[in-house]
Design a protein around this ligand. Structure first.
Ligand code: NBP
Length: 480
């Protein structure tokens, strides 16, 4: 009988297998199980050969091979599979044992499961895991939430496997986020921000490629240059790299051969749906989701491109350097609005769900090991350190000044796109968000009047408290 394992992992697809190898590489013994048990055997004779692994062919065997309190992480397809596994595991476990869901789970499921598992005397964690397969193996960003009593038991392992950042490379991108579904909510916001960032980068590419005629060689240089400054981030870096890759068959740049029809797994949609439920304007992620939907309507677009009239201009090449810089500034200002919206949504959700979130620490969780890792996350941490109750990132001096500086260029880029008939929904909605926020009086006095006119929905007044109704039909100017 080998020594008991420190950590159990169920689900040996790409993420689970890599996470198990990561945990083992930090000095822990790992017990693994997969529904299709051939995968357990393949791992044990393959990548895990000679390592501190215990391969299990049943859940009782897995539970029996773990030291107490048992820590079992599920890395299976999000949804019913997690509920099924919880039901199968509960009778086998003892009070104080810990179940961990590392999948891309909807936060409401984690809220429900935490309460359910706690009611059975056990502890539960729902953790965001970001960084894809490579992150899982080498160091993901981890966003755990759930039963607070579980955290001291897993903290050492989680921090050991997480990505590390900081001048000495020793600060883990992993901190306890909050109770119940808080970790999965924060992961969903991360993914929504990722949607926004990707859409903004695509719009910058679209303008530079289609309006200015930049080829992949030139775009490589532009993105390489952008990555040296305030836009420095993983997504800008991989975009640069993409512009260097050629197609083996044709010898053309591969990106030019890829069909413009985007896929989505749904976390952006969740963020957008939950923003609507909360009544907060997370417009960037929503436009990014719709932009993917529009991209998927390829046949309709091809038909419309021949049918519907409108400008299809190009820019004067003489202004090339100026326009590239304007697009960079538009991208940066829009990105700030996107993060501002993400943090506003988190704050409203935290108030509703009663999660005590630390927004500065959340920004730091995303500095490494995840798709939105970027230099400017440090600035977000500083902004929340200076004012933990910050209502909107745009109110923090650093971001306020940055957007103010970028604003003239940002407006010119949106104007140019509208003029040339090129869609830039994320740039545009970011600017609309900024301008709406700056407007102390929006036209919704009129909207309230309309609602009261046709539906007696009442309105509030600017000069006295209370709710009022007017008989608009009686008071209106008569015809003629
Ligand atoms: P998948 O999401 O493709 O899930 C495959 C795993 O789930 C296999 O181990 C499969 O077992 C197991 N499974 C299924 Br399907 N139904 C099951 C059931 N009823 N009972 C037990 N096991 C079941 O794997 P993945 O891509 O590695 O992702 C794992 C989780 O991590 C997902 O929630 C995913 O959303 C999340 N995630 C993925 C990424 C990524 O980049 N892929 C990044 C971050 C988070 P089998 O072998 O017997 O079919």
């Amino acid at each position: 009988m080998p020594d008991l394992a420190d950590f159990g992992l169920i689900g040996l697809a790409v993420m689970g297998e890599n996470l198990a190898l990561n945990v083992e590489s930090r000095g822990f013994r790992v017990a693994v199980f997969n529904r299709t048990t051939e995968k357990v055997d393949a791992l044990l004779v393959g990548r895990a050969a000679g390592k501190k692994f215990i391969g299990c062919h049943s859940l009782p065997e897995l539970v029996g091979s773990l030291s107490s309190p048992r820590k079992i992480m599920l890395m299976v397809k999000a949804g019913p599979a997690v509920d099924e596994l919880i039901e199968q595991l509960l009778p086998l476990l003892a009070p104080g044992d810990i179940l961990i869901d590392g999948g891309n789970t909807h936060f409401a499921d984690t809220e429900r499961r935490t309460k359910y598992v706690e009611s059975k005397g056990l502890l539960y964690i729902g953790t965001g895991v970001s960084g894809g397969e490579e992150g899982a193996l080498k160091g993901p960003s981890l966003m755990p939430g759930g039963s607070p009593a579980a955290w001291p038991h897993v903290e050492k392992i989680f921090k050991a496997i997480a990505a590390k950042v900081g001048p000495k490379g020793d600060i883990p991108c992993c901190e306890w986020v909050g109770p119940r579904g808080a970790g999965h909510y924060v992961k969903m916001i991360h993914n929504g921000i990722e949607y926004g960032d990707m859409q903004l980068i695509c719009e910058a590419y679209f303008l530079l490629h289609r309006c200015l005629g930049l080829t992949s060689d030139a775009l490589y240089e532009v993105f390489d240059n952008w990555n040296q400054g305030e836009l420095d981030s993983y997504l800008i870096e991989i975009t640069r790299d993409i512009f260097s890759v050629k197609d083996d068959q044709s010898g053309d740049f591969l990106v030019d051969r890829i069909l413009d029809r985007a896929g989505a797994k749904g976390t952006g949609k969740w963020m957008s749906q939950l923003a609507l439920d909360l009544g907060v304007p997370s417009t960037l992620v929503t436009e990014a989701v719709y932009a993917r939907s529009m991209s998927a309507m390829k046949d309709e677009r091809v038909k419309a491109s021949k049918l519907l009239a409108g400008p299809r201009g190009a820019l004067d090449k003489g202004d090339r350097h100026k326009f590239i810089e304007q697009v960079r500034q538009a991208l940066y200002a829009s990105k700030i609005c996107s993060y501002a919206q993400g943090f506003v949504q988190m704050r409203h959700a935290a108030e509703e769900m009663q999660w005590p979130l630390d927004y500065g620490r959340i920004a730091l969780l995303w500095r490494g090991g995840c798709i939105i890792r970027a230099r400017f996350l440090e600035r977000i941490k500083e902004a929340f350190d200076a004012n933990p109750k910050l209502e909107n990132l745009l109110f923090a001096p650093y971001f306020k000044d940055a957007v103010e500086r970028a604003q003239p260029a940002w407006r010119r880029v949106v104007l140019a796109a509208v003029d040339l008939g090129r869609p830039v929904p994320a740039f545009t909605t970011a600017l609309t968000y900024y301008d709406s926020l700056r407007e102390a009086r929006l036209p919704h006095n009129l909207l309230q009047a309309q609602r009261d006119y046709f539906g007696a929905h009442e309105y509030e007044r600017t000069d006295k408290p209370g709710r009022f109704h007017t008989d608009w039909l009686r008071k209106r100017r008569g015809p003629g």
